[in-house]
Write a protein that binds this ligand. Sequence first.
Ligand code: CMX
Ligand code: CO
Length: 146
Amino acid sequence: MFTRIDHVGIACRDLDATAEFYRTAFGFEVAHEEVNEEQGVREAMLRVNGTDDGGASYLQLLEPTREDSPVAKFLAKNGEGVHHVAFGTSDVAGAAGAIGGRGVRVLDAEPRHGTMDSLITFLHPKDCGGVLTELVQARGATGGDG
Ligand code: CMX
Ligand code: CO
């Protein structure tokens, strides 16, 4: 069902400074930047490695754009750090349906718009051992049994 870790989401207060840290300390370059108003984030994707299934693995740096957003709430409570883990699949709706059927709360009734034209949905951290978990279908990946 899942073919890779799509990304690890990291909450930060200053996106540019954090991206610069990852560039100088690790050599990771920003592959993509985007504002997602629905999620209340400005985000940078740092590509760590590519795979041949239409997706890749990234760090996703997240800076809140408004005080009532999930990332702003998280920063106020925990400070900067790991915010969520995202798994890649070719069928996000199918994966969410299967996991929801096992009693895990799926936070989105329908998959939403994610970075780089992906489709995303979130699972409640309290049903996932304290880890906010995101499912990602990369753009171009087709629904099916992957
Ligand atoms: N990881 C682990 N636990 C988390 C968490 C996180 N990222 N965010 C919240 N929680 C915990 C809180 O600590 C709290 O636990 P306690 O009750 O033990 O104190 C509980 O979940 C409720 O948290 P809250 O601060 O009251 O926040 P809400 O219930 O309003 O929202 C959640 C929590 C997960 C439903 C909400 O953050 C959400 O819908 N997240 C999905 C969307 C998102 O995170 N978007 C930003 C990223 C966008 C992207 O990746 O593209
Ligand atoms: Co994410």
